[in-house]
Write a protein that binds this ligand. Structure first.
Ligand code: FAD
Length: 734
């Protein structure tokens, strides 16, 4: 059943009359659909905890938004200018909010309101960087405040690029100072669903219920003449409904129908990468000092980011043709095949993710186009400039776009009202395009370059050289890596300053140029940024972590199920980021509750582990704690019977500040670090992620030096025997 304009107005009340958009509406109340979607997402594992938290925190705002509203009257100077927005993603909602704040009437048409959440689940949390947060503050301080509050701050820590295999830092980023220096909020990560909800609530807070209409699949538009010959544009729905406005903005994403009509067929560009993504209960050892990391490789790369509340989000990119599929239940297995030889920060994160939470999508972008409008129709966000996700700026650019277009339209509408003339829409859209094109194109290009660099990285000469790949074993740094690192170190500060702060002058007068009081490093002094940027060891030392030497193997099929005590460790993963005080409390949580949650989520991984905490070793020599590795049963780490190693083969010394050394105790059979044999009797410094082998290479047992957040300290890991611990627990612990 369809309602004519009059009925729609009576349904929507005074607000709709003031808007006077002659919209043909279905009788479905959008708020109801929206709430329904909210309920379904609340049950989704990805977002549930954040939603719960949000419900508590924003109760007053939510109450206002869901109460029967009597919308604020629009600016009487602006009697009839109407903007129709096709698509309620980040760009559509932000534009709607920005226009409403300026007193311009909007109607948002969304194909599928649940897709706002569906997309959120599909794509996971999103990084909203300082530039976009500042633009949002300028648009609506209240919505911005909620986003700032809900987001997990990553910009207050060290971020950057690492070698995928070794985990060693390649280039570190300081995203804090470019923001702080310009008085911008510090970068956050926020669940996409939460972000969209905040924006949608704000839109309805100002525009009233019905401002966002669901089940409105825009398939085309028509330009028509309105009263007095005024140019108007009609958005046409798949089911024939029509919505007329003065301007139509296509914010309908990369596969935009508005774009297709405006520009003709412009094929999307497959990035050559498919992307697996997941969120897991996992707290990396250095979470207090590191926000996100991109692990680089050849033909594949991996991104991991703290998203708060004890969860990490990850993306695993792999170069392959589009439209690939996986056998049911085989995504993790495939990922472990592809990334299993990478450093433990990658591997453990994959292992800690429940199979059903691993999602997959192919990554597309759009080559830049230099026409974003035609007549009274404009494109915004991904419909105009879908870019590769590597800079985390696609959504941020959409927010900046929205600020610009809303400002431009508002001034033009005011001018026109003062002159009692029609709004000069084409001029406004041309200005919007001019103002945005250079910055967006540059960031689009940088995102492409970042993607290229992330996936063509080669650590050592010989990689990818087929028959010559044996050269790789000599660990000769790849020239591309060395030159790339030098260039990045030189250029990154300037690039970051421009990406994060390059739009600031546009926001002058619209927001207070203040970095927020809470936006400062929590785990360390701001003055220590410099030290951490320079010194990798200093970062490890500051991590609230234990050092584990741990070997891992597939458990025999008949291995016993995890004990309740071990399962408690799994539960600890969801206790949130934070210090050991919280952690200890969680580890001691009631066994029954933890077991009930843990078993179905993590029970599938047949791995066994053994190892020791090196920094807790009993034996002390001078200022060092010492662990002996050998075949003798009195060693701290006992090697498998049959190993060619000596009874007392090597010593690992921990100096108390988190610096570790390995000494070969004169063994004839040899000791290997990362596949390279060290000299007999030699002492070498160890680093997190190093792989040690004793007696032969390859050895029957390979030990990895791992950092583990202190919250997971346990007595389960012992140096003499393998034990089965559920994957989640061990992924978190080791
Ligand atoms: C893996 C990945 C990670 C990313 N990470 C980040 C990040 O960290 N930070 C960042 O800023 N950006 C990131 N991005 C980019 C970001 O997701 C996009 O740039 C952003 O979502 C664009 O918003 P949009 O509103 O233009 O489009 P979309 O988010 O695609 O929204 C379009 C909306 O329009 C609706 N719609 C579609 N067609 C129609 C139609 N015909 N009629 C009506 N409605 C329609 C859709 O249902 C949807 O709600 C990432 C992208 C990917 C793929």
């Amino acid at each position: 059943m369809q309602l004519q304009t009059k009925s729609a107005q009576s349904t929507l009340g005074r607000h709709a009359q003031l808007q006077a958009i002659p919209v043909v509406l279905k009788p479905t109340a959008s708020r109801a659909s929206f709430s329904q979607a909210a309920t379904s997402v609340a049950q989704a594992p990805v977002s549930s905890s954040r939603r719960d938290r949000r419900a508590t925190v924003v109760a007053p705002a939510a109450a206002v938004a869901s109460a029967p509203t009597s919308p604020q009257p629009f600016n009487e100077l602006l009697p009839g200018f109407r903007v129709v927005i096709a698509g309620a993603g980040i760009s559509g909602l932000t534009l709607a909010l920005a226009l409403l704040k300026k007193g311009i009437k909007v109607q948002v048409l969304e194909r599928d309101l649940t897709a706002i959440r569906g997309e959120g689940k599909l794509r996971g949390p999103i990084q909203i960087q300082s530039n976009a947060l500042a633009a949002l503050e300028a648009i609506d301080p209240q919505a911005a405040e909620e986003v700032l509050h809900q987001g997990c701050i990553t910009g207050d820590r060290i971020n950057g690029l690492c070698d995928g295999v070794s985990g060693d830092w390649y280039v570190k980023f300081d995203t804090f100072h470019p923001a702080a220096d310009k008085g911008l909020p510090v970068t956050r990560v926020i669940n996409r669903v939460t972000l969209q909800e905040i924006l949608a609530d704000a839109v309805e807070r100002i525009g009233g219920p019905g401002t966002i209409q669901g089940s409105m699949h825009v398939v085309a538009y028509e330009e028509v003449k309105g009263a007095g010959g005024k140019k108007e544009v009609v958005a046409v729905m798949e089911d024939g409904q029509r919505v007329v406005g003065d301007v139509l903005v296509g914010t309908d994403g990369i596969w935009s129908k508005i774009r297709k009509q405006l520009l003709g067929e412009t094929p999307a560009h497959y990035s050559e990468y498919t992307c697996y993504t997941g969120i897991s209960d996992y707290v990396p050892a250095d979470i207090d000092v590191v926000g996100y990391r991109v692990f680089l490789g050849n033909g594949q790369y991996f991104v991991s980011s703290d998203v708060g509340e004890g969860k990490m989000q990850w993306y695993a990119f792999h170069k392959e043709p589009p439209s690939g599929t996986d056998e049911p239940g085989q995504r993790k297995a495939r990922l472990l095949k592809l990334f299993g030889h990478w450093n433990y920060n990658v591997v453990d994160l994959i292992k800690a993710t429940p199979e059903e939470d691993v999602l997959r999508r192919d990554i597309y972008d759009r080559p830049p186009v230099f026409k974003w409008f035609d007549g009274n129709v404009a494109l915004m966000g991904d419909s105009a400039h879908a870019m590769q996700p590597n800079l985390g700026q696609g959504g941020c650019m959409a927010i900046e776009d929205a600020f610009e277009l809303a400002n431009d339209l508002a001034s033009a509408v005011s001018d026109a009202a003062a002159k009692r003339a029609n709004v000069e829409v084409a001029g406004v859209l041309q200005h919007y395009q001019n103002m945005r094109m250079v910055r967006v194109s540059a960031i689009h290009g940088m995102a492409g370059m970042a993607a290229f660099m992330a996936s063509t990285y080669k650590a050592y000469l010989g990689e990818g050289l087929g028959p010559l790949s044996f050269i790789e074993d000599y660990h000769i740094p790849h020239p591309g890596r060395v030159v790339g690192q030098a260039i990045l170190k030189l250029t990154m500060p300037g690039v970051l300053a421009w990406v994060l702060g390059g739009n600031t002058h546009h926001l002058e007068g619209a927001r207070n140029p203040q970095c927020r009081i809470g936006d400062k490093p929590r785990a360390f002094q701001e003055s220590e940024f410099g030290l951490f940027m320079r010194d990798d060891d200093a970062l490890w030392e500051r991590a609230n972590a234990d050092w584990l030497l741990v070997a891992e193997r597939e458990a025999p099929a008949a291995a016993t199920a995890p004990t309740p005590r071990q399962q408690v460790l799994v539960g600890a993963g969801s206790s949130g980021r934070g210090g050991s005080a919280t952690a200890t409390a969680t580890v001691e949580a009631p066994v029954a509750a933890a077991t009930a949650v843990a078993a179905p989520r993590f029970g599938l991984a047949p791995y066994e582990y053994k190892g020791v905490y090196l920094n807790l070793a009993d034996s002390v020599e001078g200022r060092n704690k010492v662990t002996i590795v050998g075949t003798s049963s009195d060693c701290g780490v006992v090697l498998e019977k049959g190993a060619k190693a000596a009874e007392r083969h090597a010593r690992i010394m921990c100096n108390g500040q988190g610096r570790f050394e390995l000494e070969d105790m004169g063994s004839s059979a040899g000791t290997w670090v990362n596949g390279l044999r060290i000299e007999r009797g030699a002492t070498v410094q160890l680093h997190a992620g190093d792989v040690l082998e004793f007696g032969s290479h390859p050895a029957p047992e390979r030990f990895t030096l791992k950092l583990q957040h202190k919250m997971y300290r346990t007595d389960v890991v012992k140096g003499d025997a393998y034990q089965r611990i559920s994957t989640g627990a061990m992924s978190q612990t080791a």
